[in-house]
Design a protein around this ligand. Sequence first.
Ligand code: NAP
Length: 372
Amino acid sequence: MSLKVGFIGWRGMVGSVLLDRMRAEGDFAGLEPVFFSTSQAGQSGPPEAKGAALRAAQDLDALSDCDVLVSCQGGEYTQTVYPRLRKQWSGYWIDAASTLRMDPQAVIVLDPVNGKQIQTALDRGIKTFAGGNCTVSLMLMAAAPLFQAGLVEWLISMTYQAASGAGAAKMLELVQQMKELSSAATRTPAQNALEVDRAMTEAQRSTELPQAEFGAPLAGSLIPWIDKAVPNGQTKEEWKGSAETNKILGLEPPVPVDGICVRVGTMRCHSQALCFKLRREVPLTEVEQLLASGNQWVRVIPNEKEASLHELTPTKVSGTLSVPIGRLHKLNMGPEFLGAFTVGDQLLWGAAEPLRRVLRIVRGEKAVASTV
Ligand code: NAP
């Protein structure tokens, strides 16, 4: 009998990347998929629905009929539906939202890093799995071996986060802002940089620039604040860096992780500048070997201009599962201080891919090699 898997939030950013990846990897074979919607019940679903109408995502009985539920719908939905559903249903819940990540009964999934923890949890009867914060997952895909070798005393991560991390509407607003700025520039003689700059700045400051989503211009600028404030001066995004890193790796005592999270005008790749304080002096060649051994998607990029320009950018990485880490060098602060820079597609390893893979693991399969 095939496994009945319900998908909620499948038409959003994360959900549609998840479905694309499942198609590319042949993951629908042997599944009986059921598609839900909070707003379009009764309408048609994707091709895999084979003509069946979308079910209402608030219908607890329809949800309970599934063996596994995969939700990419968002935190509010999880908060409302999950506790009520759990009173009548004991299936597997796989979720992109942050709501359940710190629940002691839930595991944050990133199987190339914590596959053993996921398997142990399954063996113990744990049935709730949450994808991690995109920035944390991408940092760990690149750098987990340093933590796992017990080498990290603390980490500062300064992030450069893409618009897609905030959802589809924000990506579209960024593009709209870009269009407005370039049209302001094209109305100005192109050979005069100062005049072009003046026209661009005027367009950025204009009340006509669409900014309902971000609340500020992002094109040609940046926003040094992501998510809401938490009491100690951090943002929630910055708080997640420490909380989720330590939970995913099961570190005890916890390793301090902190930094400043910044939204920049890239579409779907997050980048991070990392400063590690190592517990001891480790030669760079050893660091490089450790990092390269982490998983099959990480790539250590030589700390050279050409390689950094061509291999270590959002443009290169976008739409791929590759996670390059480069700019590796000892910092002026001393031989235990290591600098690095890493880039990753936050819709793939940052969101959809860990969910896709944990669904396969729940189905009892070993994670398969990916084709991207
Ligand atoms: P999203 O793009 O805003 O989609 C969420 C839901 O909005 C859709 O499933 C759909 O649900 C509804 N929707 C309304 N109008 C839509 C339209 N025109 N097109 C598509 N969907 C529409 O949200 P998301 O960025 O995928 O994020 C989903 C969850 O994943 C959130 O909890 C988020 O925090 C988490 N997450 C996101 C990322 C990321 O990179 N974006 C990374 C990690 C985790 P109905 O069919 O029910 O209407």
